[in-house]
Design a protein around this ligand. Structure first.
Ligand code: AMP
Length: 320
């Protein structure tokens, strides 16, 4: 019986045109998984046309550049979605235009939405799954691809701090670094170097976050504050992990207003308190301990914050 890794390789081999897409509002793991996979396929099959699509984010340009493709010109193409569980959150590709679909992802999802799926909720990152795909198929890569994959893994595991980090993660990363040495400091500089105004903005958040008696922290970040600190609308998402390891915080959420979509963007994180089912009730979702939502009104935002505070209260009561 062929493993899912071999089946995916076989499908990739079959198609001459391949589009790789990931979720809207991408993070480094989403972009790194699609760019690394594109480069891997191009290395093995130089005659295939491979496109990594979606809105580009200047902050993550160090990972690689994205492509534009007119889907109406595609004929018998393969679509691979990475780091996204369902098609409603895929950026820049429409399932119906493709002859075959593959999903590689580590988000929880009960539904099968693609023809082939490599899904492991316990994996630290989608880049870790790509790494497994490489090693199981004995694919040769290079140090550039290795550095891209490492950036995705480091970023999504929050520097190996999150509980999804396992011996498997370290074993794969160890082999990656051994086989394809790359400049680790360059990776960290790309991910973590920040201007002082972002650090000041972070200090503002820590100064102004409200913490409930149940250990839930929340803050509404207005566009005036975003302007005052000269950051942008994506900055709260980049900072939300940094509130980890504050003793008083068991779960926390940021709300910020996105002028482009006219929606409130909510970033939610927790320490061992399941929050994705709460997010799902508010048009959101994500991982057990790292979720998000998009909401139309401040009233809905406050209701979500209330529901998250209740979840923290339930957990507190369980433990007392
Ligand atoms: P973020 O706070 O934007 O970094 O998102 C954390 C996690 O939640 C990521 O895995 C996202 O894919 C997921 N997520 C964010 N927003 C939504 C949403 N509106 N619906 C479903 N999942 C989401």
């Amino acid at each position: 019986m062929n493993s899912i890794y071999k089946k995916i390789y076989k499908k990739i081999k079959e198609y001459d045109e391949i589009v790789i897409a990931r979720h809207v509002g991408p993070d480094p793991d989403a972009i790194a998984s699609q760019i690394a996979l594109k480069k891997i396929i191009e290395n093995i099959f130089p005659n295939k046309k491979v496109y990594a699509v979606g809105t580009s984010v200047s902050r993550f340009r160090y990972i690689g550049t994205l492509d534009k493709v007119d889907e109406s010109t595609l004929n018998n193409a393969l679509l691979i979605i990475t780091d996204v569980p369902k098609f409603d959150r895929v950026d820049g590709a429409y399932k119906d235009r493709y002859a075959c679909t593959i999903k590689i992802d580590h988000h929880p999802c009960d539904e099968i939405v693609c023809d082939l799926e490599l899904v492991d909720e316990s994996s630290s990152s989608t880049c870790q799954l790509i790494l497994e795909f490489i090693f199981k198929n004995k694919i040769k890569i290079d140090s550039e691809i290795a550095a891209i994959l490492y950036a995705g893994i480091v970023s999504d595991s929050d520097r190996f701090l999150l509980s999804y980090t396992t011996s498997e993660t370290f074993a794969l990363v160890s082999k990656l670094m051994h086989d394809y040495p790359f400049d680790i400091m360059e990776v960290y500089t790309n991910i973590y170097d920040r201007p002082i105004n972002e650090r000041r903005f972070e200090a503002y958040i820590i100064d102004n976050i409200t913490i409930t008696p149940n250990g839930f922290g929340y803050i509404n970040i207005t566009n005036d504050i975003i302007k005052k600190f000269e950051v942008d609308n994506s900055t709260p998402s980049n900072l939300v992990n940094d509130l980890n390891f504050i003793k008083e915080l068991k779960a926390w959420a940021f709300s910020s207003y996105d002028d482009k979509t006219n929606l409130y963007k909510i970033n939610i994180r927790s320490r061992n308190i399941v929050i994705n089912d709460v997010a799902e009730k508010f048009n959101g979702g994500g991982h057990k301990f790292a979720s998000g939502a998009r909401l139309k009104t401040l009233d809905e935002v406050n209701k979500l914050f209330e529901a998250l505070d209740n979840r923290c209260k339930e957990e507190k009561e369980k433990q007392s």
